[in-house]
Design a binder for this molecule. Structure first.
Ligand SMILES: NC(=O)c1ccc[n+]([C@@H]2O[C@H](COP(=O)([O-])OP(=O)(O)OC[C@H]3O[C@@H](n4cnc5c(N)ncnc54)[C@H](O)[C@@H]3O)[C@@H](O)[C@H]2O)c1
Length: 415
């Protein structure tokens, strides 16, 4: 499995197969570990961790373990590619972060928990759900990667799940069914996110928060209002996860243009629903030309990719596996930022001043305190098509933000 993950990495900025010396003691000399079907193992046989790195890794590449840090064979550099690409093991040499997944028994929550259980950066993985999540935790706890797994079921155990965690990932909620838009989910998921964020404010106010529950365009502003009301809002720590849009854009562009998947990076800005999702095809790395017809076709496909999955699943929910992949990549990037990696970039929906809207997705630099920098250059040098699309998406995004803020304020007033 490790080998196929490594060689089919779906993104120019994220590649499965960043192997780090997680459980191995720091090596004093350099060793080379090949991506083979035994990709989890160093030549000496000790178990290594697997993490998601926002760097390009040469398919069938190599990892050199030096002083406890894995260095990969890397090709291509862009804004998204780390200077020290591949150094994905914890800088301290120890797994350090406590992570809680809220909604861990669900379609996204389970594969997401599996993927992040493989991260060498996590010391504790806490799984919370209102459904029984003990089986998921027991199952995952048998994987011989460093993270200790524990289960918390029901509202009475939320506080224990959240106590002092560094990163909270929230895929709790109901998924979209055929015919439903993301906004149809609003009333159910808005209440779920509000309650969970109240718990975050009370029990881990310093944690980074990754919100997956849709509609992200509204659930992030709701979370911000709840945190403000509790007096613990730090805009640098609140993220709407839009990574799946980037992952899809990279995949579709690579397919369309016959590029190697791992080379491609397309920034995606705006929001996370329909036309608010705007892939900046003109900023694709590597540089590639598109006809106006290709721009239109790819943009529409990326915007509607969620619906492609909803319809194919025919009533059985929305994207779960690709979402888990994308969320695991984003979580790993957040932790690498927390861990002090100096060059970690992802697109995310955050509080922002790059437009006149209070929230907007662009590339952000991740650091020890969350968002270290918002890359405003994403909005510079756009094509006419992209400029018009930015103007067009703003009114829908504004409405979704206001809907979230109004919901949160109304709820606060009735408490
Ligand atoms: N951001 C994205 O790109 C993206 C992509 C796909 C899906 N989603 C969203 O992710 C969410 C989850 O999707 P899914 O397919 O995993 O759904 P699912 O129904 O399979 O799982 C949701 C889980 O959340 C749990 N849950 C419900 N209320 C809860 C609460 N109050 N506290 C804790 N857990 C609770 C459920 O018990 C369930 O286990 C949906 O809102 C969906 O729309 C987001």
């Amino acid at each position: 499995m490790a080998a196929s993950m490594a060689t089919t990495a779906a993104s120019g900025v994220a590649a499965f197969g960043s192997i780090a010396a997680a459980t191995a003691s720091p090596a004093s000399s350099s060793r080379t570990v090949s991506f083979s079907s035994r990709g989890f193992f160093a030549a000496s046989g000790e178990v290594l961790g697997l993490s998601f790195s926002s760097c390009s890794v040469r398919a069938g590449g190599f990892v050199t373990v030096q002083d406890g840090v894995a260095k990969q064979g890397v090709r291509g550099r862009s804004l998204q590619v780390r200077a020290d690409a591949g150094a994905s093991g914890p800088k301290s040499g120890q797994s350090t972060f406590k992570v809680a997944v809220l909604g861990a028994a669900g379609g996204i929550g389970q594969p997401l928990s599996l993927l992040i259980k493989m991260s060498p950066l996590i010391s504790e993985l806490r799984l919370y759900d209102i459904a029984n999540v003990k089986g998921v935790a027991a199952d995952l706890s048998h994987c011989n990667t460093p993270a200790q797994v524990s289960a918390y079921t029901g509202a009475s155990e939320l506080a224990a799940a959240l106590k002092d965690v560094d990163l909270v990932i929230i895929p709790a909620g109901v998924p979209r069914k055929p015919g439903m838009t993301r906004d149809d989910l609003f009333n159910i998921n808005a209440g779920i996110v509000r309650t969970l964020i109240e718990g975050v404010a009370d029990h881990c106010p310093n944690a980074l928060i990754n919100i997956i529950s849709n509609p992200v365009n509204s659930t992030v502003p709701i979370a911000a209002e709840v945190l403000k009301a509790k007096g613990v809002y730090d805009p640098k720590k609140l993220f709407g996860v839009t990574t799946l849009d980037v992952v899809r854009a990279n995949t579709f562009v690579a397919q369309k243009k016959g590029l190697r998947l791992i080379d491609v990076n397309v920034p995606v800005i705006g929001g996370h629903a329909g036309v608010t999702i705007l892939p900046l095809l003109s900023k694709t790395k590597p540089t590639v030309e598109f006809t106006p017809e290709e721009v239109e076709e790819l943009t529409v496909r990326i915007q509607n990719a969620g619906t492609e999955v909803v319809e194919a699943k025919a009533g059985a929910g929305s994207a779960t596996l690709s979402m888990a992949y994308a969320a695991a990549r984003f979580a790993e990037s957040c932790m690498r930022g927390l861990d002090g990696d100096s060059d970690v970039y992802e697109c995310a929906y955050v509080q922002s001043e790059v437009t006149d809207l209070p929230f907007f997705a662009t590339t952000v630099k991740l650091g020890k305190k969350g968002v270290e920098e918002i890359v405003a250059e994403d909005l510079e040098g756009l094509t006419e098509y992209e400029k018009k699309a930015v103007d067009a998406l703003k009114s829908e995004l504004k409405g979704s933000i206001e809907k979230g803020v109004t919901f949160a304020k109304k709820q606060a007033a009735t408490v």
